[in-house]
Design a protein around this ligand. Structure first.
Ligand code: NAD
Length: 340
């Protein structure tokens, strides 16, 4: 177990994105002894307004840059005496990885390698020997491939990624693993299921359903909508990450699931029903706008996780109720799109 008071400066990557920005808010509040350096390239997916509430926080600093920039990363480690890394930065949209995989290979694989090398060099040579140095890699359940109707993925499941996105995340997980095995780096890998909540990019499923619904456009659902995902509220994920970062065992992997499986069609129906309540149409229901479109190539049928390890060893469990979490999420996007 780590002594949390030895954590001083944590380099968070990709903190202007969906999960990273929710995490930084949670982490700063929960861990007043830590400083955060947030390194983000601000790609189309990064939004500085996700961090506006903490822009001037004394223990927070933003650096605009690319995780693939070796010189910049080296300088950040040196100038800030970085003690740990929590690595979110990634190209994260599966559809974009099918259209154009290049950036996924560059950022997700090469970028992770650059960070690992900088951490290894700095931590090997830095003189602060009483400091604990941890590299926490944030990953996805998609590395395990697809399930049929039955069964669950766990930390023991073999890797079988099916999209360029999941393959790039699998490669980065394995690089992190190798730095633990080869160099003894203190690493943690967490593989989480689909997150929902505020601050997600407009292109992702739940924001798309809401945006299309209120602009009176067809709501696109792949195939027949029967694909199953295990949804977790983003704050539950952030709590699990904070626990794994502080209390997880070095070199271990933890899967994090929401215990909340549903089909994409059930999800779209539920969001439409919430919109009917919160923002009724003059006539009819948003359900009438649901429209089935050609399936995504290589579309994984089902993801589901058995999170017993993190539950039993670290005492975590998902707390948010799906209906209330989704209602809060729908309200947040309604507010955003109405004021846009
Ligand atoms: P996101 O796309 O919302 O945010 C990614 C962030 O990384 C953005 O701010 C972007 O500007 C930044 N970024 C991209 N390339 C960069 C680069 N080269 N250098 C520096 N910054 C760069 O992603 P998210 O949904 O918040 O996901 C965060 C992490 O969690 C990813 O590693 C993803 O694989 C993983 N994950 C996501 C989910 C999910 O449901 N969203 C589930 C499991 C795991």
């Amino acid at each position: 177990m780590m002594d949390e008071h030895l954590h001083r400066t944590v380099l968070v990557t990709g903190g202007a994105g969906f999960i990273g920005s929710n995490f930084i808010h949670y982490f700063l509040n929960k861990n007043p002894y830590c400083n955060i350096i947030n390194l983000d390239k601000l790609t189309y997916a990064g939004d500085p307004s996700n961090l506006k509430e903490i822009r001037d926080h004394e223990q927070y600093e933003f650096v605009h840059g690319d995780i693939c920039d070796e010189q910049l990363i080296e300088e950040i480690f040196k100038n800030h005496n970085v003690s740990s890394v929590i690595h979110f930065a990634a190209e994260s949209h599966v559809d974009n990885s099918i259209e154009s995989p290049n950036n996924f290979i560059k950022t997700n694989i090469e970028g992770t390698f650059v960070l690992l090398e900088a951490a290894r060099n700095y931590w090997t040579n830095s003189r602060s020997s009483n400091q604990i140095n941890r590299f926490h890699h944030i990953s996805t359940d998609e590395v395990y491939g697809s399930l049929g109707e039955e069964g669950y993925f766990s930390e023991r499941s073999p890797y079988a990624p099916n999209s360029p996105y999941s393959a790039s995340k699998a490669a980065s997980d394995l690089l992190v693993r190798s730095y633990h095995e080869t160099y003894g780096m203190d690493t943690i890998i967490t593989n989480c299921s689909n997150n929902y909540g505020p601050k997600q990019h407009d292109e992702k499923l739940i924001p798309t359903i809401i945006r299309k619904a209120i602009s009176n456009e067809p709501i696109p659902i792949y195939g027949d909508g029967s694909n199953i995902r295990d949804w977790i509220y983003v704050l539950d994920h952030c709590k699990a990450l904070d626990l794994a970062f502080h209390k997880g065992k070095s070199g271990e992997t933890y899967v994090i699931g929401g215990d909340n499986e549903c089909t994409n069609l059930y999800l779209a129906n539920t969001v439409c029903e919430l919109l009917d309540e919160l923002n009724p149409k003059e006539k009819g229901s948003y359900l009438d706008q649901i429209s089935f479109v050609k399936d995504r190539p290589g579309h994984d049928f089902r993801y589901a996780l058995d999170s017993s390890k993190i539950k039993n060893s670290l005492g975590w469990k998902p707390e948010e109720n799906f209906k209330s979490g989704l209602a809060a999420t729908v309200k947040w996007y309604l507010n955003k799109y109405r004021n846009a």
